[in-house]
Design a protein around this ligand. Structure first.
Ligand code: SF4
Length: 224
């Protein structure tokens, strides 16, 4: 069988304190995402191929080797990391340098996610909407697949954060309630609601009705 193509990297944050709880991390942005969330902050990562600004994974790995002792963790983010065949090898190689491994994902490929999960020490899992409403937010019917991925995550017990971008131009308080009911039904006890930024870059506060609808169903809601 041919070796998987090396990870296509669309960008890198060399030092982050907010992408892996309690750890100093480098963030590797994986190229490619087929979804089209209106609030996407990284539309340049949506095309499958990296732009000229992208870096080859071997160069990123060399750089990571020079960061040993300075960073705790490497977070694979996106785009959508699960789309790339080279993700597993990249995670193993980063772990081989002694780093903890974080993964940011939307869970759109549940079978790949189940394979990859043993390689992750922590997962930031983005839920977009009630499962039957995914097309409305992402342009694709991904909800059933995401539900399967979330079941894998919760069954394995990998430390994780379940979060949702609370874009009230796309989601209503009733959507928040339904999503919270579905997540609580799967065993989620804590949900982070992330504010969305407007075109001017300013955060749009999450509305009280939206928060109240989620709070009624899930043990712990946090705003970010
Ligand atoms: S899933 Fe993430 S990377 Fe893909 S379009 Fe939505 S916000 Fe952007």
């Amino acid at each position: 069988m041919a070796a998987p193509r090396p990870l296509r990297v669309g960008g890198l944050i060399p030092f982050s304190t907010v992408d892996y709880p309690g750890r100093l991390a480098a963030v590797v942005f994986c190229q490619g995402c087929p979804w089209r969330c209106a609030y996407c902050h990284n539309p340049h990562l949506q095309p499958v191929e990296a732009s000229a600004a992208g870096q080859p994974w071997p160069a990123v790995l060399d750089w990571l080797a020079s960061r040993r002792g300075l960073l705790d963790a490497v977070v694979f983010s996106g785009g959508e990391p699960l789309l790339q065949d080279g993700l597993g090898d990249a995670m193993r190689e980063a772990r081989g340098l002694g780093f903890a491994i974080g993964l940011h994902t939307s869970g759109m490929r549940p079978a790949r996610f189940a394979e990859i999960l043993p390689l992750a020490d922590w997962v930031g899992f983005d839920v977009k909407a009630p499962f039957e409403r995914y097309r409305h937010v992402t342009g694709a019917n991904g909800g059933a697949a995401v539900r399967r991925a979330l079941v894998h995550l919760l069954a394995r017990g990998t430390p994780c954060e379940i979060r949702c971008t609370a874009d009230e131009s796309l989601l209503s308080p009733e959507d928040a309630r339904r999503m919270a009911v579905q997540l609580a039904g799967l065993g989620v006890r804590r949900l982070v609601l992330q504010t969305v930024r407007g075109a001017d870059g300013a955060a749009r506060p999450v509305g009280e009705a939206f928060i109240a609808a989620a709070v009624a169903e899930i043990e712990r809601i946090e705003l970010r």
